[in-house]
Design a protein around this ligand. Sequence first.
Ligand code: ADP
Length: 250
Amino acid sequence: MQPGVARPRQQSASDDLVVETVDLTRTYRQGHLVVPALRGVSLAVERGELVAIMGPSGSGKSTLLHLLGGLDVADSGRLVVAGRELGAMTDDQRTLFRRRTIGFVFQTGNLVPTLTVEENVALPLLLDGTTLRGARPRVRAALESVALLARASHMPDQLSGGESQRVAVARALVAEPAVVLADEPTGSLDSRTATGVLELLRRAANERGQTVIMVTHDARAAGYASRIVRVVDGAVVRTLEEVPCVRGER
Ligand code: ADP
């Protein structure tokens, strides 16, 4: 199937569901303090969607993203990502699942300071058993897509903040994960670099059918989304904004 082209009609909508949560809860306990971070989140996201998760600080957005990425485990509820039920996995299975299925972009690049740009981008492939040599063609293509091929042998401390973030995006996309999770991906960027990063995420969704879920406070970033999900007090609030709009036209 051509990237970005809608699937044939005979397939049911559920074939295209990449993320499904039902009544997901997560409560943090610190001594006597009990913080219900998620109070029953139900959410369905299809292949090729770019969803923006918005909401006040402390409303549970990062907790939700961490659960979706298998970085944390829910207390109750159902969580299926790319056809796998995360609640049923052991820690090792979850780690493997994360490597193969999820790409992460954090607010600041989070590059490994002792590795070159090329090695940083190659990491998801190296962790999955590919050699650096074997990974090179995909790494170079990923660096080219973020216009940083010329920096392949540089160290992270030789890059600007915006360049680091573009390297982080290349790393998140290099293994072509089904799901890309981004936590405030433009939070530390100037507006021009932010636009570049958002375009990359939009292309991942529209052209390669990856499912991108991004937590953001930035209205312009949300403007790139095909749908906005609002989280308030640990629950999804249904609003008109949640109605899907035509991809790429917001
Ligand atoms: P947001 O991303 O929307 O700002 P978070 O998901 O980070 O919200 O946090 C939701 C709630 O859970 C907040 O009240 C926060 O203080 C609490 N919380 C988050 N992580 C932890 C943790 N590791 N331990 C205790 N409380 C936490």
